[in-house]
Design a protein around this ligand. Structure first.
Ligand code: SAH
Length: 368
């Protein structure tokens, strides 16, 4: 059995990092190989962090050789790794084609959390976000999204530990819908990393058609909506895509979103001094969210050169939070982590991509 060549000599080399287990099983089936080998290979790659076929010692020698001939396994490479005084670590990773992304490890939140990117750059251009300044370079593949988890788990020696994932790194996950969902399926594989979607939070500006598609997914992550303002007038100025998908439509979709008992949608709200932090804004937000199973996460702005806003004062933040609490909303204020290494929210930006700046602004059509 195992002596057969795994793929015809002229067939393309397959990247194991991009294959869901059923696809790998189908490929083995088609070659007359045993399906259960796919489970073994998943365990090696995702549980043990083994990337060399030769080290997969419970596979017959000939299968290992056949794998080497017919498959590759692309893994992001660590370019730099920086550690903040608060324990947060930022990884600059180089992808197979030379493009670079950042991923962040945030310990003790109280869980261990990996903050993962879904795109190189981002097309959303939110005015307070540095990644938005890059424009969109390209979508990540599912293998590159999962690859960040593989690399961080290895580097931090956390393969056997529990961790949460937040899709809050570079990019807009719902603008790269198919690869993001495929990544969630690979991550959830019981023979692989076995990360339940309940431990994953997908953060989005609220691309409406994609949000509605997400509502029908069998694997459902937790949902966080980057709202940032209670009205279209304010939000339209901060989040350009709001001109296409406005506040009322997003809230409406959230009301219809299927939630398990006890689970709630998180609404993220970056507080910008004098822009969206007035007591009236808090009252309007409370009214807007009445009837939504929600919790509000207030994020004091992480200011940066080139970002035309200032962080709200501590008093304004407290007052805003208090008004929401008075209206019986659950509210938390996000602590800025990794500030000293520019790993905090909205600070992820890379310039060392392989392309010239003129080629950066690939624009994908919105609204898949
Ligand atoms: N595109 C997705 C996920 C990435 S951003 C989204 O927009 O939700 C993750 C969170 O960081 C978002 O809520 C975003 O609004 C917030 N953020 C962006 N820039 C920030 C900044 N300068 N300070 C604080 N939070 C910021």
């Amino acid at each position: 059995m195992e002596t057969k060549q795994i793929s015809a000599p002229d067939s393309p080399i397959l990247d194991l990092a991009e294959l869901e287990r059923p696809a790998l099983e189908a490929a083995f089936d088609a070659q007359g190989l045993e399906r259960f080998r796919a489970r073994q290979i998943f365990r090696w790659i995702y549980r043990h962090g083994v990337t060399a076929f030769d080290a997969m010692t419970d596979l017959p020698q000939q299968l290992r050789a056949a794998l080497a001939a017919g498959f590759t396994l692309t893994t992001p490479q660590i370019v730099t790794r920086e550690r903040s005084v608060d324990g947060t670590e930022k990884f600059l990773l180089r992808l197979g084609d030379g493009d670079q992304i950042e991923s962040v490890f945030i310990p003790d939140t109280p869980a261990m959390t990996f903050c993962i990117s879904t795109q190189v750059g981002c097309a959303m251009a939110c005015r307070f976000c540095l990644t938005g300044k890059m424009g969109l370079v390209r979508n990540l593949t599912a293998g590159e999204i999962v690859g960040q988890v593989r690399v961080l788990a290895d580097a931090l020696d956390m393969r056997d530990k529990r961790f949460n994932l937040v899709l809050m790194g570079m990019g807009e996950p719902l603008h790269n819908y198919d690869e993001t969902m495929k990544a969630l399926r690979i991550l959830a594989d019981e023979h692989g990393l076995n990360v339940s979607p309940r431990r994953v939070t997908l953060s989005t500006v609220g691309l409406l058609p994609a949000l509605e598609r997400l509502a029908r997914e069998p694997l459902m992550p937790n949902l966080a909506i980057s709202l940032h303002a209670p009205t279209d007038a304010i939000r339209g100025d901060l989040v350009p895509i709001n001109k296409k998908y406005g506040v009322a439509d997003i809230i409406d979709a959230c009301k219809r979103f299927p939630l398990k008992r006890r689970s709630r949608i998180t609404f993220e709200y970056v507080l910008l001094a004098g822009v969206n932090d007035a007591p009236d804004d808090a009252r309007r937000l409370a009214k807007l969210l009445s009837g939504v199973k929600s919790k509000v996460n207030l994020i004091p702005l992480n200011a940066a050169p080139g970002i035309p806003f200032e962080r709200s004062s501590a008093e304004a933040i407290d007052r805003f939070a208090q008004i929401l609490a008075d209206h019986h909303l659950t509210v938390s204020v996000r602590k800025s982590r990794g500030w000293d290494i520019r790993a905090a929210c909205g600070q992820l930006i890379v310039d060392g991509t392989r392309r010239s700046p003129g080629q950066h602004l690939a624009t994908l059509a919105f609204g898949n």
